[in-house]
Design a binder for this molecule. Structure first.
Ligand SMILES: O=c1ccn([C@@H]2O[C@H](COP(=O)(O)OP(=O)(O)O[C@H]3O[C@H](CO)[C@@H](O)[C@H](O)[C@H]3O)[C@@H](O)[C@H]2O)c(=O)[nH]1
Ligand SMILES: O=C(O)[C@H](O)COP(=O)(O)O
Length: 320
């Protein structure tokens, strides 16, 4: 079957909206399973507290859908940890989780450490820089996992405007790396994943037993790597998409997004090599020469390290 026909066949039965997953119905479906919400946070003092407070108020105190709120403090230099703790989250410092391992950096490292430090049967990731967060983000993402045992992973979709520094809104202007890098790469090499409208979005949920079987690319390669690896591990029919409505967040600069794009291309390359689809005569360069606003040049490293599946680590430590 042609890949796009496959996407069409998948799309209907695997797509829903957050409104289709009311919290009361999910409480009935939850049984004795536990749910952890993990927020990776680097210098997010202005937003992390509000997000944690909403989860705590609506999904812990009002209705106990969520069992654990964990903020992974990703080497912040601001009051992220204090704001998160005051709002009611458990906070762990990224480098204090599995401290016997040499630390790595970036968002993927924060997520991997978050999975290691949390305990829920279902894990929900929520970015800590969201400005549009509502409790429906969490309930929408866990809905398909709680009611359908064949679903192992749920990814959010939403409208993503670009909000300028002057507050002006450009509808559909957000997600620049998604549109210019991730989507073309997915369509070229993994077209079955083309139906995920926001492949780089930071909001998704999965069963712990699946997350522990997956390697985690560090830095900003993590979402792209997880999607590609999940397709191989569980297959498209075990993956679902939920529309959460609208997402706004803190935008990064163009140079920061250039580095992100480089990291995503490296992650894609590593998967192509691993799947035996390219044979490199020499490895791709991981340096990126960028030019700042005033024309100053700077060399940055966009290499993406990788953490092994947590399950393999536990096994190794058991054997040691
Ligand atoms: O070293 C880091 C960098 C980021 N973050 C946190 O990760 C989240 C998302 O990072 P952000 O810098 O806001 O990324 P975006 O520019 O929003 O990038 C988008 O695209 C990335 C690549 O797929 C995803 O990782 C993001 O979740 C997604 O929002 C935020 O809570 C950050 O504080 C960390 O914890 N550690
Ligand atoms: O998903 C993306 O492409 C990055 O998060 C960048 O998003 P932005 O263009 O909305 O800042």
């Amino acid at each position: 079957m042609h890949a796009l026909a496959r996407v069409q066949e998948w799309y209907g039965p695997h797509s829903s909206t957050a409104a289709e997953w009311p919290v009361d119905a999910l409480m009935m479906a939850k049984g004795n399973r536990t749910i952890s919400v993990i927020l990776p946070a680097r210098d997010e003092e202005s937003t992390v507290g509000d997000i944690v407070s909403v989860i705590r108020r609506d999904l812990v105190e009002r209705t106990p859908l969520v069992d654990e709120i964990l903020v992974v403090d990703s080497n912040s230099t601001d009051a992220t940890a204090e704001r998160a703790r005051e709002a009611g989250a458990r906070v762990v410092a990224q480098n204090q989780v599995l401290p016997h391992l040499p630390p790595l950096t970036g968002k993927g490292e924060a997520l991997w450490k978050g999975v290691a430090a949390s305990g829920g049967d279902i894990v929900v990731f929520i970015d800590a820089d969201l400005r549009s967060f509502g409790a429906h983000y969490v309930s929408g993402l866990v809905g398909p996992l709680l009611v359908d045992s064949d679903i192992h992973f749920v990814k959010a979709t939403y409208e993503r405007p670009y909000i300028g520094a002057d507050g002006s809104t450009q509808q559909g202007g957000g997600g620049r790396v998604t549109e210019l890098v991730a989507r073309p790469l997915l369509n070229m090499f993994w077209p079955e994943l083309a139906g995920f409208a926001q492949p780089l979005g930071g909001e998704y949920a999965a069963r712990r037993e699946i997350l522990e079987q997956l390697p985690f690319a560090t830095e900003y390669g993590v979402e792209f790597g997880l999607l590609v690896d999940l397709l191989q591990l569980v297959g498209l029919d075990a993956m679902a998409q939920v529309d959460l409505g609208h997402r706004t967040h803190t935008h990064q600069s163009m140079t920061a997004l250039g580095r992100m794009a480089g990291q995503i291309m490296h992650t894609a390359w590593s998967r192509l090599e691993r799947q035996g689809r390219v044979l490199a005569s020499e490895p791709p360069a991981h340096t990126l020469l960028q030019f700042g606003l005033e024309g100053q040049a700077g060399l940055v490293d966009v290499a993406v390290a990788e953490r092994p599946p947590l399950a393999s680590l536990v096994l190794q430590e058991d054997l040691a």
